[in-house]
Design a protein around this ligand. Structure first.
Ligand code: FAD
Length: 303
């Protein structure tokens, strides 16, 4: 794992090169996680035929909430790679810390190397390395890497100046089982992953149990919990079920009670999300990552 002195030396070199305006310190998320429980936001690039400005407007509002970092998702297969890099660059230039998601679906080794170079040029110093969801009908990635573990091993070689994180699944990845899931986390940590970020989860007990098992297996890297704010009944149901996650009784009650009244649901859902965040903190979350879905209005009430 990279050491603090290495990070600060690299930051100084970066600043000398002045490739873009970045924070003077604490641009490596693992360093932030040593100091505090982080709060961060996730945005996604709009489709290529949609304007970027609404997202830029959202970002300006999100910066005002003083997040520890912002992450930018990546379309598996690289469909929106250019936009992801542009958005990362814009965040880095604003003086905020950025983490780029990156998936290996359909990419060969050379394409991965050049994508990492582009992220670096854009001012990215934190990467969340993923396999990506396989498009319908695919049985493999159709690229040089079968899974995120292989991607991490390879990227580690060409990006020793970047902090690397990986995904974790408190309620188990759909294609995996709980034991294998934890073994894979340990393997990724041994390869240099310096923190994990979880899939959305509403079951705090399941998270606590997962964290305990992971720690017993030697997974000591910080665990940042991904929180999808409960704002719409339909999307809450869709996102949980499509990711194989449970809908706990308290969320089911919200849906049953307020399903026909979107505004009441949103209000009750925000209250619930605030309590959920507190419960995750008490259960040992090292950071809270809000899936903001390119919106800022409701986020303001959650931080
Ligand atoms: P992997 O770790 O590769 O796991 C996938 C399968 O491979 C599992 O069955 C696992 O058991 C197996 N596997 C992994 N390593 C090994 C090994 N060493 N030996 C044997 N089997 C192995 N998707 C996007 O397309 N874009 C995004 O921006 C994005 N961001 C995400 C952010 C977070 C926080 C999370 C949790 C997910 C995100 N995803 C994103 C979704 C993610 O790509 C999918 O969940 C995907 O199905 C799995 O990704 P992974 O990196 O966990 O895969």
């Amino acid at each position: 794992m990279l050491q603090a002195s290495f990070y600060s030396d690299t930051i100084k070199k970066r600043n000398r090169r002045n490739c873009c305006r970045i924070k003077e310190e604490n641009v490596y998320i693992p360093e932030l996680l040593k100091e505090k429980r982080t709060i961060s936001f996730e945005v996604f690039p709009p489709k290529n035929d949609k304007p970027l400005e609404p997202l830029m407007e959202t970002l300006r509002h999100l910066y005002g909430l003083d997040p520890d970092f912002l992450s930018v998702t990546y379309g598996a297969g690289g469909t929106n790679a250019g936009r992801a890099t542009t958005i990362c660059n814009s965040i880095a230039k604003s003086g905020n810390t950025v983490m780029a998601h990156f998936t290996c679906i359909g990419l060969d080794t050379e394409e991965v190397k050049s994508a990492i170079d582009e992220f670096r040029t854009a001012g990215v110093q934190n990467l969340l390395l993923l396999r990506g969801d396989l498009p319908e009908g695919w049985t493999g990635t159709r690229g040089s890497f079968d899974n995120a573990t292989e991607l991490i091993r390879s990227v580690r070689e060409v990006a020793s100046d970047m902090a690397i994180s990986a995904a974790a699944y408190p309620e188990t990845h759909l294609e995996s089982d709980p034991e294998q899931g934890i073994e894979i986390l340990k393997e990724k940590q041994d390869l240099g992953v310096s923190f994990f970020m979880t899939q959305l989860c509403y079951d705090v007990d399941a998270f606590a149990c997962f964290l305990e098992k992971a720690q017993k297996a030697g997974v000591t890297a910080p665990m940042v919990v991904g929180v999808m704010p409960v704002l719409k009944a339909e999307s809450t149901i869709k996102m949980t079920l499509s990711n194989g996650c449970s809908i706990p009784a308290d969320v089911a009650r919200l849906i049953g009670r307020w399903d026909k009244s979107p505004e009441d649901f949103r209000k009750a859902g925000k209250e619930y999300t605030l309590q959920l965040i507190e419960r995750f903190k008490n259960a040992g979350a090292d950071g809270i990552h809000l899936y903001t879905l390119n919106k800022y209005e409701d986020v303001v009430d959650l931080v």
